[in-house]
Every structure is written in C-alpha cells, then in structure tokens.
Design a protein around this ligand. Structure first.
Ligand code: ZN
Length: 82
C-alpha cells in the first residue's frame, strides 16, 4: 500500500497517509480541518516510499540471481539449509 504525503494548506502540517490507490484522497486536515494538498512528484518522499515496491522487487530478484551465480552446483538449497 502506498503512502501518500499530504500537507495542510492552512496549518502546514504534514500527514503521511497509507491508502490504497483506489481510495479517495484526503481533502481535509485532520488537525484543523483545513484544505490539504497531496504532495506528489515534487516530493522525494513519495518517490522513496512509493518506489519501495519496485526497489524491493528488483533487489530481491538481482539478489537471487547473484545467489544462483554464487552456488551453481547446488540445485536444492531451499528450505532445509537453515
Ligand atoms: Zn491543518
């Protein structure tokens, strides 16, 4: 689930909100009920958190690739090893 960053226009407070992609965006600041804007694109925070999926995916994949290369002569080292 991605984390969306909102900033309240009124009190400038930032809120990190876990939402599914299909969820409605927050429009009201929970603190002061002021209007909120979603920080997208501009924030490296979103990229960092939102990219987590891809990063993890990519890393584990290359990690496994490297592992395979490391031990080419071991077809079964799956669950029993540790
Ligand atoms: Zn506010």
């Amino acid at each position: 689930m991605p984390t969306y960053e909102y900033q309240c226009v009124k009190c400038k407070k930032r809120h990190d909100v876990f939402q599914s992609i299909t969820a409605k965006p927050l429009s009201r600041c929970p603190a002061c009920k002021g209007p909120m804007k979603r920080l997208l694109g501009s924030g490296s925070g979103f990229l960092f958190k939102g990219g987590g999926f891809y990063t993890t995916d990519y890393r584990s994949k290359s990690y496994h690739d490297a592992k395979k290369k490391d031990q080419p002569a071991k077809p079964s080292g799956d669950q029993k090893a540790s």
